[in-house]
Design a protein around this ligand. Structure first.
Ligand SMILES: C[S@@+](CC[C@H](N)C(=O)[O-])C[C@H]1O[C@@H](n2cnc3c(N)ncnc32)[C@H](O)[C@@H]1O
Length: 198
């Protein structure tokens, strides 16, 4: 079965445009078959971005890493609105290609590269933000969430979103082993967490 994170260059391309507006700023995202949220911006990702921006309206010079960036929605919106410096990683090459195009389309500067979780991540970040790939399995999700601490600066924060039916409560407990965890918001069963290193 094909998943949104598998690389399948044979999958027929059908580029589409998705508009999105937040804080009076308009964005357009190119999407395609074979990527996550191919037809519309994901509700959980939008919730995560909205709550993050409520807490961090401006981030000049801060470094943000979007893990599992897909076509770049989270990182691009945060980069444009807050002026943070953004890096975006994913394992899906089609998504990464779209992400490059979406950065240009939305006039945002960012560094995009292919990485299996943190495999090629060398920098430390003020913020790591992710809507993790639940379908990739528990071990990938835990790797992304728990290893974030090794790529955060001392006062850095991990932000993530997860649905109650996809293990939000268990995830909170797992995060609490190495972070101080706060529920920043909840909507339609999605929990948005902010985790700071203890
Ligand atoms: C839930 S989607 C979120 C996509 C995007 N951030 C958004 O909000 O639309 C999770 C993303 O994680 C990516 N992914 C899956 N396994 C991964 C891995 N091992 N390393 C990095 N990214 C991965 C998928 O390709 C997918 O784009």
């Amino acid at each position: 079965m094909e998943h949104y994170f598998t690389n399948n260059p044979d999958l027929k391309s059908a580029i589409r445009e998705i508009p999105y507006t937040i804080k009076n700023t308009n964005f357009t995202f190119l999407s395609d078959n074979g990527v996550f949220a191919k037809n519309k911006i994901d509700y959980a990702s939008s919730l995560l971005v909205t709550l993050f921006l409520e807490n961090h309206p401006e981030l000049n010079n801060a470094k943000v890493l979007d893990v599992g960036c897909g076509y770049g929605f989270i990182g691009i919106v945060i980069g444009k609105i807050t002026n943070a410096s953004i890096d975006l990683i994913d394992i899906n090459k089609r998504a990464l290609h779209l992400c490059e195009r979406n950065l240009k389309k939305n006039k945002v500067v960012g560094n995009v590269y292919c990485s299996d979780c943190y495999e090629f991540v060398k920098n430390k970040y003020d913020y790591i933000i992710t809507n993790p790939p639940i379908r990739a399995g528990k071990s990938v999700v835990e790797h992304i969430l728990l290893d974030a601490k090794n790529h955060l600066k001392d006062n850095g924060e991990l932000w993530c979103v997860i649905h109650k039916d996809q293990g939000a409560k268990t995830t909170k407990k797992a995060l609490e082993v190495c972070y101080n965890v706060e529920i920043v918001g909840k909507s339609k069963g999605f929990y948005c967490f902010r985790a700071k290193i203890c």
